[in-house]
Design a binder for this molecule. Structure first.
Ligand code: 5GP
Ligand code: ZN
Length: 142
């Protein structure tokens, strides 16, 4: 636990939340400023800042909980769809430095946008540039 982390304090019960799910490794609760009814945050109980900081077993447990919760959240608010995503690092818009997945129910004509809207100005990349980037990603895997 990180003492100055609001999500660690929520897991510890020091800050109240509308809890929707809890197991040994994972905690899920409603976002206090929801983008839609049912907007849910799914987090590891341990304090890790970014997705890539998670131990493998915690990453697996976090995804399993998200997989389980998506249909439950959609059913609870009668949503036909949802956006599911992580802000991963400050430059991406992550404000709380404790890994959290957003499950945001979506409705027809709700005025929202697809996940493509999160990017900045789209780059105009040639096919050779895409190929080079793909090679760089493959080479950078550890
Ligand atoms: P981020 O921008 O870091 O991906 O999203 C952080 C989310 O946490 C925001 O959607 C914000 O509304 C939510 N949030 C921040 N503080 C609290 C809190 O104390 N309780 C709850 N339930 N949600 C919070
Ligand atoms: Zn934390």
């Amino acid at each position: 636990m990180s003492d100055d982390c609001i999500f660690c304090q929520i897991v510890a019960g020091e800050i109240p939340s509308h809890t929707v799910y809890e197991d040994d490794d994972v905690f899920a609760f409603l976002d206090v400023n929801p983008l839609a009814p049912g907007h849910t945050l799914v987090i590891p109980k341990g304090h890790h800042e970014r997705l890539n900081d998670l131990p493998d077993d915690t990453a697996e447990n976090l995804y399993a909980a998200i997989h389980d919760l998506i249909p439950a959240v959609e059913a609870a608010v009668d949503a036909p769809a949802s956006n599911v995503g992580f802000n991963n690092g400050a430059e991406s818009g992550q404000e709380v430095p404790h890994v959290h997945g957003h499950v945001i129910p979506r409705f027809a004509d709700d005025g929202g946008s697809p996940i493509h809207a999160v990017g900045g100005t789209a780059p105009d990349l040639e096919d050779e540039e895409l190929a080079a980037i793909a090679d760089d990603v493959a080479a950078a895997r550890s």
